[in-house]
Structures are given as structure tokens and as C-alpha cells.
Design a protein around this ligand. Structure first.
Ligand code: ASP
Length: 331
């Protein structure tokens, strides 16, 4: 074949590739072309909602005040909202803020409509927060050892609110029941905001909830706090002992939140979103507002697609054997 003809054939073969790359480039440089929706899989006013709303504010500021709206798609422990995003148009206009529960649901649910490891384009880890074991303000026990004793005596009469199977409050409750050797009467809600309302209204006995949602109520003494689930006490709540030091040896739960897009979102959009997320996590006002509710912002290494992919996969691997050992599944 003459050299010239061969070059033509090679060039023609490369055309579709070039066209695809050009289309992706055009698509990403045009992005965003309409309001960005951040789906929260739990109720408005709860901890995930708070993380999502502060993130949405930060993303909007990073994107020249582009409109970023939050939508609560609740139910089934957060899997309904996750599925909403897994099946959304992968154009960078529909995102998900979810927490550690996305990794536990991968094992807890026998059938999920999406494959957790592959259904999303990871964008960035956002925040971390300890959980707090709390009860209605007039609940009889005053310390964690007293609580364990009380729960053992009451058998299953004490009500425990969670945000559904797969929520962090479900995970914490499951670990707590096994560590304390107690059975609680579990009541499922669509998020921790309504759980907190019922604790304040004293129609529910107890829960385990992120410091993001409980710091203010603990400080105002509107709920009774027994322990924090970090290894060390935290400076802002110095009188609150760790679960570990109060007798639940090794008890530790960290609730990480992260931002996802649907699988297939153009790489250039993923990178722009990740850069915007990193910028948002350095926005002084946002960092301050998170700090006030004992919620820390992720560093650049974790606030990246690779950082989130690593976190998501290692958390699925970490929780799977514990959930299997507990033998608690949902359909
Ligand atoms: N993150 C909460 C939980 O897992 C739910 C919520 O954000 O409302 O328990």
C-alpha cells in the first residue's frame, strides 16, 4: 500500500475517536448548563442533609454561583436516593451525597438495584464525624455502664431510632447491641432529623447519631449523651467519654460522607467537580460551620476521585465480614 493511502486509512480510523474526544470536551466545557441537583438519601434537617447543604453552598461558590439545589430522596436506609443517582443521566447535573452507609448497604441488602462498586463516578470524600450515643433527656441511666445495665434489665422494651437498614445509625446500633449484649426495639425513620424530633418530644428513648446533628442538643442538655465513638475524647465536648474508655473496648465508628456522580459522567466534568469540592472544603466559612458541629473536612488526597474510590472499596471490604457475622440482612 502506498504510504499516502495508508496514512489516509489510519487518519480515517482515528476520526471517530477524535470525534468522541471532541464531543466529551465540548460537553464538559459547556457544563454546567442547568441547575445541579445534589440528592440526599435521608430527611431534611439531619446530618447528611447538613453536610450536603454546606457542600452545595461551597460548590456553588466555586462554580461562579451556579445554582446547586438539594433534593431529599428518602427511604430504604438511603438506597432509594443512591439508586436515583445511579440511574440518572451521567452529565454532571445529578450528584449524590451519601455516607458510610453506602458501603454497609452493599452487604446488608441481598438485592440492590445497583452495584455499589461500579454504579458511581466517585468525586471526593467530604467530611468525617464521630457518632454519639444519646437518649431522651429524662432517660434514667446517667453513664454508659449504667446504660448497659439498664438495657440488659429492660430486655427489648427500650426504643432505638435509626434511619433505616444501611444508615449509620443502624450500623452503630447493630454494633452497640452486639457489644452490650442487648436487644433494642428498633424503630426506623427516614433520617435522623425525625429521630431527633422524637427524642426531644420524648416519644423515643435513644439513638446513635452523628455529632454533626447532636452537638447543639448535647450542649443545650436537650438530650442525654453517654459516649462518643472516636478513640479520643473531643475538645469541644470534653466531658463526654469515649465508648471505649467506658467499657465498650475497641468500639469505634467514623461517619465519612462523600460526593458521587453516576458512572459514565465525562472525566473532564468529574475532575472539575472534584476541584470544586476541594475548593469548597477550603472555604473558610464552610470549614468553620463544619467545625462548630464537630465535623472535619477531608484533605486534598481524600477529596479526589481516587481517594474516594479507595475509601469506598476499603469500607465495603471492612464492613462485609462484620455484617455477615452479625447475620442481619435486608431484602
Ligand atoms: N446519617 C444518618 C444516619 O445514618 C441519617 C441522616 O443523615 O439523616 O443515621
Amino acid at each position: 500500500m502506498r504510504r499516502f493511502t495508508r496514512h489516509l486509512i489510519i487518519a480515517a480510523a482515528a476520526l471517530p475517536l477524535l470525534a468522541t474526544a471532541a464531543a466529551a470536551q465540548a460537553q464538559s466545557s459547556a457544563w454546567p448548563t442547568k441547575p445541579i441537583t445534589v440528592v440526599v438519601p435521608y430527611a431534611a434537617g439531619g446530618p447528611t442533609d447538613t453536610v450536603a447543604r454546606l457542600t452545595a453552598l461551597g460548590l456553588s461558590r466555586q462554580l461562579n454561583n451556579h445554582s446547586v439545589v438539594v433534593e431529599n430522596a428518602t427511604g430504604a436506609g438511603g438506597t432509594i436516593g443512591a439508586n436515583r443517582v445511579a440511574t440518572a443521566e451521567p452529565d454532571g447535573h445529578t450528584l449524590l451525597v451519601h455516607h458510610v452507609g453506602i458501603s454497609t448497604a452493599a452487604t446488608l441488602y441481598r438485592k440492590l438495584p445497583y452495584d455499589t462498586r461500579t454504579a458511581f463516578a466517585p468525586i471526593a470524600v467530604l467530611t468525617d464525624s464521630a457518632m454519639t450515643i444519646i437518649a431522651r433527656e429524662d432517660f434514667p441511666p446517667n453513664t454508659l455502664p449504667e446504660l448497659v445495665q439498664y438495657l440488659q434489665q429492660q430486655k427489648d422494651k427500650v426504643s432505638y431510632g435509626n434511619a433505616g437498614i444501611g444508615a449509620a445509625s443502624h450500623l452503630c446500633g447493630m454494633l452497640m447491641m452486639s457489644a452490650m449484649n442487648v436487644q433494642l426495639n428498633t424503630v426506623s425513620y427516614r433520617g435522623n432529623a425525625p429521630v431527633m424530633q422524637d427524642l426531644l418530644g420524648k416519644t423515643l428513648d435513644m439513638t446513635c447519631d452523628q455529632a454533626t446533628n447532636t452537638t447543639g442538643q448535647i450542649k443545650a442538655k436537650k438530650v442525654k449523651a453517654y459516649a462518643i465513638t472516636t478513640k479520643q475524647r473531643i475538645a469541644d465536648l470534653p466531658d463526654l467519654p469515649t465508648a471505649d474508655e467506658s467499657g465498650l473496648k475497641g468500639f469505634e465508628v467514623n461517619v465519612w460522607h462523600a460526593l458521587y456522580a453516576p458512572k459514565g459522567t465525562p472525566e473532564a466534568v468529574v475532575q472539575r467537580l472534584a476541584a470544586a469540592a476541594r475548593g469548597a472544603l477550603k472555604d473558610a466559612e464552610i470549614v468553620k460551620r463544619f467545625a462548630e458541629i464537630n465535623t472535619t473536612t477531608a484533605n486534598d488526597e481524600r477529596a479526589s476521585p481516587a481517594g474516594l474510590a479507595r475509601t469506598l472499596n476499603s469500607e465495603i471490604d471492612k464492613w462485609a465480614p462484620l455484617i455477615k457475622a452479625a447475620g442481619q440482612y435486608a431484602d
